[in-house]
Design a protein around this ligand. Structure first.
Ligand code: BG6
Length: 485
């Protein structure tokens, strides 16, 4: 499908995000012939580069990050004609004074692929140098601040130059096919939605486990920690999609309206339950993927005094009719046994067991796998083939979503970039959502401090600290660890 004409300005056009994610995503769409002749991509950066230098740089980075780049000479010829470069030192008045007038005859995407501390300066300057017009859309990534106050400062600057509908806040998890599939599963099928409540569901687990450590991002991570880095955004967004009420439509504000209602219904932690229902921990040395891995406190850029968490587990309650009484156990951590993200929906036991010989009947379990092996797995009880008795066995209905992805590797940024170009805001986070999630998170951080919630240890390559297991065990439940079926 051909998109409307656009100019995409990539601030940070020579940086890591542009090279690894954004330019490859745009190139893949070039191969699919999605852009009209006059759409363009403008790299904006502080280096002195000619257009030819920039095009050569993009070619080198596509050769590195786009699998099979050499087989696509013709699309590259077209793509390279769309590329040009503008030099801009964000702090130079002189550079801003000569920055080009942004086009008014097309969509203008201002993608701030820069370190977040530059968002305010760029946004303020775009406004004060009179560059913003009604066709502009600005795109920003997390982290949007480190708490409600600092995120409000960034959002105020953005609001100074842009209307809310022109602001696209990316949470890259919302660009993942498997995450969008939550909407398809829930609202494209009657069988799930009818039993999607406290009437049938015992509890829900969300795990986003990573096997990597902080990988050279020690400086950033040490001031952030797992709660701000992952829970405030990705895990809460997933929680919203799983629990929200049916939106009126997928194409307007109603998805965001429904997510906001969930965020507002999250029960706040208090000083009586913070030490019981939350666990924070940090990895020690151990073996990760067969190799020795150092402790978090020995990673580059980490200050051991800061004692930052690399793992969080929380028992969360949602105060509304649908979910009253259903616990949500959410956890995320670095250096865990394997990279695995999934949602586990455990249904209640059948109300009465008619199979008297059967000691216990396994409750149904629906697993929504986000990574790896994106798919859906529903465990059902069936009769064991046997003429003498009536024994039941648990068998999976297993749907592998990978099988349906016929166009090769597609990154979540591709979907999100296309949505910005089309002006579709549904998969972006609205300001009120950011505010609601930060105030819920800020309360946890304050309570961790005031109530001296201990920082526990877990061994690199494990499934987290023992108290994380205890969080469920004390309620006769257990985590599903890893993508083992
Ligand atoms: C980012 C976090 O938002 O998400 C990283 O800052 C984390 O710390 C990453 O590693 C995980 O994303 P994904 O898509 O690899 O699960």
């Amino acid at each position: 499908m051909m998109l409307n004409t656009f100019s995409l300005y990539l601030f940070g056009g020579t940086g890591d995000l542009a090279n690894r994610k954004l330019l490859p995503a745009m190139f893949r769409q070039e191969i699919l012939s999605s852009f009209d002749e006059s759409s363009e991509i403008v790299g904006v950066g502080s280096k002195e580069l000619s257009n030819e230098d920039y095009i050569a740089m993009v070619k080198r980075s596509l050769a590195e990050y786009f699998h099979g780049f050499d087989n696509h000479e013709e699309p590259w010829q077209t793509f390279s004609k769309r590329l040009r470069y503008l030099k801009l030192d964000i702090n130079s008045e002189e550079d801003w004074n000569v920055f080009e007038k942004l086009p008014e005859d097309r969509s203008v995407i201002l993608y701030l692929a820069t370190p977040p501390f530059l968002y305010q300066t760029i946004s303020n300057n775009l406004k004060s140098y009179n560059l913003v017009n009604k066709n502009c859309r600005v795109v920003v990534e997390k982290p949007l601040g480190t708490n409600l106050e600092t995120s409000n400062e960034i959002n105020d600057s953005l609001a100074n130059g842009f209307e809310e509908h022109q602001i696209y806040r990316i949470d890259h998890y919302l660009g993942k096919e498997a995450v969008q599939n939550l909407l398809a599963l829930r609202f494209g099928n009657t069988i799930f939605e009818r039993s999607w409540s406290n009437a049938a569901i015992d509890h829900i687990q969300i795990t986003v486990a990573e096997d990597l450590g902080v990988e050279g991002r020690g400086n950033y991570y040490d001031d952030t920690g797992a709660l701000r880095d992952m829970v405030q955004n990705h895990l809460l967004q997933i929680l919203c999609l799983i629990t929200m009420e049916p939106p009126v439509s997928i194409n307007n504000e109603s998805v965001r309206d429904e997510k906001l209602k969930v965020l507002k219904s999250l029960q706040s932690f208090n000083k009586d339950n913070i030490s019981i229902d939350s666990v924070r921990a940090q990895y020690t040395d151990g073996i990760s993927k067969g190799k020795a891995a150092c402790a978090y406190k020995d990673e580059d850029g980490v200050d051991p005094i800061k004692n930052t968490e690399t793992f969080v587990a929380l028992k969360v309650a949602i105060n509304n009719w649908r979910w009253a009484g259903v616990p949500f156990y959410i956890r995320t951590g670095k250096r865990m046994e394997s990279k695995s993200s999934e949602i586990v929906v455990r249904y209640k036991n059948v109300p009465h067991n008619i199979f008297s010989d059967q000691k216990s009947l396994a409750p149904n379990q629906l697993v929504l796998r986000i990574h790896p092996d994106e798919g859906i797995d529903l465990k059902l009880n069936t009769k064991k083939p046997d003429v003498t008795g009536f024994d039941l066995q648990e068998l999976p209905l297993d749907l592998n979503l990978h099988d349906y992805n016929e166009i090769g590797h597609q990154d979540c940024y591709e979907r999100l970039l296309l949505d910005v170009i089309k002006g579709n805001t549904a998969l972006f986070v609205r300001r009120d959502e950011v505010e609601a999630s930060w105030s819920w998170i800020d309360n946890i951080i304050n309570l961790w401090k005031s109530e001296d919630v201990p920082m526990e240890d877990y061994i690199s390559g494990s499934w987290g600290p023992s108290n994380s297991d205890l969080l469920l065990k004390r309620e006769y439940r257990s985590w599903k660890n890893g993508n083992k079926k």
